[in-house]
Design a protein. Structure first.
Length: 211
């Protein structure tokens, strides 16, 4: 079973809770048999922003025309992302909530895999997902408490990723969310510790089911 871990925080683990979640997950998952574990660090990859350069590159490629340097980079990057995503049986996203949403490089990763005819298709009744067999695990950290009725509508991070995965037809989504450690400093250590134990637990059960 191919497990792709998308690392979307470049802060050191001592400073970034979701970075620590990534490290804890990887440490546990390395001990799981029957899986191939791969990391895609969105901050370490050359991933030009999605925009006109992408559309120009796609058009030129279809016509066999020569690409500019930026167009070559974006084709190479988007192909690498798509290949990694499509090869994975399980995709793990480890990311923080920054400024109410996801980090920009993770947005670029999602932009690259948001591909009609590959991860979803348009129909007369609306879009239909094309990769329903995949499983997704979300590891997220947010300093505020977004579980309250007042704050939940402002959470555009985990909800966004889940909506995109649902669009792709993916229904098997698990999550570990560590939240409120900045909002409740007197309980921060306990909140983070409990969350890390949940990360360990979800990593341990990632082994493929033999039938």
């Amino acid at each position: 079973m191919n497990v792709l871990v998308v690392k979307a925080n470049n802060r050191p683990a001592a400073e970034g809770v979701s970075s620590k979640m990534y490290e804890v997950f990887m440490e546990e998952a390395r001990n799981v048999s029957g899986i191939e574990l791969n990391t895609f660090d969105v901050f370490a990859e050359d991933m030009p922003y999605f925009g006109q350069d992408f559309f120009s590159a796609m058009g030129k490629s279809a016509q066999g025309e020569e690409l500019t340097d930026i167009e070559q980079r974006i084709v190479a990057a988007s192909t690498k992302v798509m290949d990694a995503f499509m090869a994975a049986d399980t995709v793990v996203f480890a990311f923080p909530l920054w400024n109410q949403t996801i980090p920009a490089p993770l947005q670029t990763f999602i932009d690259y895999i948001y591909r009609a005819g590959v991860t979803f298709k348009y129909t007369a009744n609306g879009p239909v997902g094309l990769v329903p067999e995949k499983k997704v695990i979300i590891l997220n950290a947010r300093g505020g408490d977004y579980s309250t009725p007042q704050m939940a509508p402002l959470e555009m991070c985990v909800n966004y990723v889940k909506q995109i995965m649902n669009l792709f037809g993916i229904q098997q989504i698990e999550e570990v969310i560590i939240e409120g450690h900045n909002q409740y400093p007197d309980r921060a250590e306990a909140i983070i510790s409990e969350g890390m134990e949940q990360v360990k637990a979800i990593a341990k059960k990632i082994a493929p089911v033999l039938v």
